[in-house]
Design a protein around this ligand. Structure first.
Ligand code: A2P
Length: 331
């Protein structure tokens, strides 16, 4: 592969910084790296392979000679600027929700539907982080037994909201312990020593937009238009890594042995399932790791052909930066 000119839009954000690290770690063939953010970040410098790279303002003319543009600056910035990147000849990998439901734009998890990339017309979308982590475990089970529907609850880390939410949790924990008053800014309620069953905006059906992503994006990624997912998304006081409790119902009879075999063979997934020795996936163990972990696999006692399991993954990596760079590698 020839060396490429890569641009990162949203380079100063929680995901942007991980994109830089992931390019380094995976030795992506970069000839030049252009870092883009809002005008607030002009003057900042970020390290790439030991070199200080200045951050520039994201503008319509930022993409001259760019081969690959990784976008993680929010849906508004993607809608506004991604078309200019495509026009300039770049392939865009977009981490926002801007194009995920656009039939012309492939929505891709390389381990699951990498072939869909071939249909791209300049933009490939990266799925929602909670959906990506859940599907890493659900897809191998789907291949083994044919999934019909899932019920799930997520336990989502604050870094999914962005850098300012990490700061909010840190200061609120200190304020709460010191019994100092504070007023929440990022979330509508305190996130320290609390859980908030509210991620993203509420829709008319009573679910949030985030909750419906597992069904809507899952259908596209699994190529399963009838797939159903009833999800409750919860923000928890964890810095990094999302977890999801899933109850899945399948077409065919299931067994634990076959389920574990399918999960063990899945790329990007590690089975951690030894309850007797208190071994199961947890955010503290997957934070900073590329692989997602699955455990607590058991026959669901309330569903026919059902399995209950628990999956955890670093949403900044598999849920965002790593998946985006893996897509760029395929491209
Ligand atoms: P900046 O740091 O200059 O505000 P996070 O999700 O961690 O909050 O990060 C969001 C990223 O997207 C940051 O790099 C932020 O830049 C960038 N960003 C947000 N809105 C825009 C915009 N309208 N134009 C360019 N960059 C943006």
């Amino acid at each position: 592969m020839k060396n490429l000119h890569v641009a990162i839009a949203g380079a100063t954000g929680a995901v942007g910084v991980e994109m830089i690290r992931t390019l380094e770690k995976r030795r992506f063939p970069v000839s030049r790296l252009t870092l883009l953010a809002s005008s607030r970040s002009i003057g900042k410098r970020l390290l790439f392979h030991g070199e200080q790279i200045p951050v520039q303002e994201l503008r319509e003319d930022s993409f001259q000679d760019v081969d690959v543009a990784l976008f993680s600056a929010g849906a508004g910035a993607s809608k506004k600027f991604a078309p200019f990147a495509v026009q300039a000849g770049a392939v865009v990998v977009d981490n926002s929700s801007a194009f995920r439901m656009d039939g012309e734009v492939p929505l891709v998890i390389p381990e699951i539907n990498g072939n869909d990339i071939r249909k791209n017309r300049g933009i490939v979308a990266n799925p929602n982080c909670t959906t990506a982590i859940a599907l890493m475990a659900l897809h191998p089970l789907h291949k083994a037994f044919g999934v019909r529907r899932v019920f799930a609850a997520s336990y989502q880390a604050v870094s999914g909201t962005g850098a300012q939410a990490i700061e909010e949790l840190r200061t609120q924990v200190a304020d709460t312990v010191a019994e100092r008053p504070f007023s929440p800014k990022v979330y509508p309620h305190p996130i320290a020593f609390n859980v908030i069953p509210h991620v993203d905006v509420f829709l008319e059906n009573g679910y949030t937009k985030e909750e419906m992503k597992m069904q809507n994006e899952g259908r596209r990624i699994l190529h399963l238009p009838e797939f159903k997912a009833s999800v409750t998304c919860v923000r928890v006081p964890v810095y990094r890594a999302h977890s999801v409790a899933i109850n899945a119902e399948f077409e065919r009879p299931v067994s634990i042995e076959e389920a574990l075999e399918a999960l063990r063979a899945a790329p990007g997934l590690k089975v951690v399932d030894d309850p007797a020795n208190a071994q199961y996936p947890m955010p503290v163990n997957v934070a900073g790791r590329d692989d997602c972990e699955v455990g607590r696999v058991r026959l669901d006692c309330a569903l026919e052909n059902g399995l209950a399991f628990w999956v955890a993954g670093d949403q900044l990596l598999k849920g965002a930066a790593l998946n985006a760079v893996q897509i760029a590698e395929l491209l």
